[in-house]
Design a protein around this ligand. Structure first.
Ligand code: PLP
Length: 363
C-alpha cells in the first residue's frame, strides 16, 4: 500500500488507521455526493448533526457508557481539562495520585484553584520504576472532592489499573494515552477525559465523559462557559462552534474500532504488540526498559540503549528505515515507541528487526 513501509511511533499526534485516512480523504472534498466538504458543514445543519450524534453513539457503544453519563466533545487539549476539572469540582480539597509528568502538570494547574494534596505513586524496586503498593497510599475514603490519576503516563511509560475501592465513583482519570485500548468500567469514575491525538483523532479535541449528577455541583467561583461541564452538556457540546472536523474524524475512528472488533480486540492487539517489544528488549542486553514489569505501559514503551552515545546514530538509521519519531521525551531521554491502536503488528515487527540488526552491528 501507499505508506506500508513508514511507521509513526510518535506519542501524539500519532498515526491514525489507514482506512480512516482514505475515507477522510475522499469525504474531505465530496461528502456522500453532496458536493460539500465535511470541513465546511455548518455545525447546526442536519449533515453535521448526524455525524455528531453518530460519533457519540458509537463511543457510547464502544465503552458501554451508561445513560447517566454525558459525553462531551470539548475544544482545547487535555491540558485545558486540568484547569476545568478544578474549576468545576474543587471545593474543599482534592487528591492527585501522580505517576509521572502529566499528573504533575494536572496538579500544578489545580493548585491555582484550591487545596490540592499530591501524592507521588512512583518508587524504585530493584532499580526499576514501579507504582507503590496501596498500603502506602493516602486514605482514599477521606472526604476528597475527587481523586485524580493518570492510568497511563505517556512520557514515563507507566501504566496501572488497580485502585482502592474507597475512591470508587470519585475517580477522575486522564485517559489521554490509553482510552479505547481496553474495556473499562465507566461507573467507577466521576469523569474521564482524553485528548484525541493518540487513540481518537486530531489534536485539539478532548473527549469528556462525566456522570450527570456531578453536573449539578455548584462551582465555588464562576466558570467560563466553555470550561463549564454543565454548560457544555446543556448545549450538546455546541455552545460555540465546535471543532467539527476533529469531531468527524473521531467518529470515523470509532467506526473503525467497532468494525475491527471493539475495545476488547484493541486490548488483545495492544497486549500482543507491547509484549513482543518488551520480550525483545528483555532478551537483548543492548537495550533496557526502566519500568517494573507489572507497571509497564502497553501504549508507550521507553527504552534505553546500553551505549547512549549511539542514540543519534540509532535515530538516524531508524528514520532512514521508515521508523519515525522514536526519540524519547526530552525529560527522559533515550527512545520511546508509542504503540497506539492504529499501529499494525507489522510496525512492531519492523522495529524489532531494525533494533536487532542495529544491536548486532554496534556491539
Ligand atoms: N495527559 C496525557 C496523559 C498526555 O499524554 C498528554 C499529551 O499529549 C496530555 C495530557 C496533554 O494533552 P494536550 O497536549 O492535548 O493538552
Amino acid at each position: 500500500s501507499d505508506t506500508a513501509t513508514v511507521y509513526n511511533f510518535s506519542a501524539g499526534p500519532a498515526m491514525l488507521p489507514q482506512a480512516v485516512m482514505r475515507q477522510a480523504q475522499k469525504e474531505f472534498c465530496n461528502w456522500h455526493d453532496t458536493g460539500l466538504s465535511v470541513l465546511d458543514f455548518s455545525h447546526r445543519g442536519a449533515d453535521f448533526t448526524a455525524i455528531a450524534e453518530q460519533a457519540e453513539k458509537d463511543l457510547r457503544d464502544l465503552l458501554a457508557i451508561p445513560e447517566d453519563y454525558s459525553v462531551l466533545f470539548c475544544p482545547g487539549g487535555a491540558s485545558l481539562q486540568f484547569s476545568a476539572i478544578a474549576m468545576n469540582f474543587l471545593r474543599g480539597k482534592a487528591l492527585y495520585l501522580n505517576s509521572g509528568v502529566w499528573g504533575d502538570k494536572a496538579t500544578q494547574e489545580a493548585k491555582n484553584f484550591g487545596d490540592v494534596i499530591a501524592f507521588d505513586l512512583l518508587s524504585k524496586q530493584d532499580g526499576k520504576t514501579a507504582i507503590r503498593s496501596q498500603q502506602d497510599w493516602p486514605d482514599c475514603s477521606d472526604d476528597y472532592d475527587y481523586i485524580h490519576f493518570t492510568p497511563n503516563e505517556t512520557i514515563g511509560g507507566v501504566e496501572f489499573a488497580d485502585l482502592p475501592k474507597a475512591g470508587q465513583g470519585r475517580w477522575i482519570a486522564d485517559m489521554s494515552s490509553c482510552i479505547l485500548s481496553q474495556p473499562i468500567n465507566v461507573k467507577d469514575y466521576a469523569l474521564i477525559y482524553a485528548g484525541a491525538q493518540k487513540n481518537i483523532g486530531p489534536a485539539g479535541l478532548t473527549i469528556v465523559i462525566v456522570r450527570n449528577d456531578w453536573l449539578q455541583r455548584e462551582p465555588v467561583a464562576p466558570v467560563p462557559s466553555l470550561l463549564s461541564y454543565a454548560v457544555m452538556a446543556q448545549n450538546q457540546s455546541m455552545y460555540n462552534t465546535p471543532p467539527t472536523y476533529a469531531w468527524y474524524l473521531a467518529g470515523l475512528v470509532f467506526q473503525w474500532i467497532k468494525a475491527e472488533g471493539g475495545v476488547a480486540q484493541m486490548a488483545r492487539r495492544a497486549e500482543q504488540r507491547s509484549q513482543a517489544l518488551y520480550q525483545f528488549i528483555d532478551n537483548n542486553d543492548f537495550y533496557r526498559n526502566p519500568i517494573a514489569k507489572k507497571n509497564r505501559s502497553r501504549m508507550n514503551i521507553p527504552f534505553i540503549l546500553k551505549d547512549e552515545s549511539l542514540n543519534s546514530l540509532f535515530l538516524q538509521q531508524a528514520e532512514a528505515a521508515g521508523l519515525r519519531y522514536l526519540k524519547g521525551h526530552r525529560s527522559v531521554g533515550g527512545m520511546r515507541a508509542s504503540l497506539y491502536n492504529a499501529m499494525p503488528m507489522q510496525g512492531v515487527e519492523a522495529l524489532i528487526d531494525f533494533m536487532s540488526a542495529f544491536a548486532a552491528q554496534n556491539r
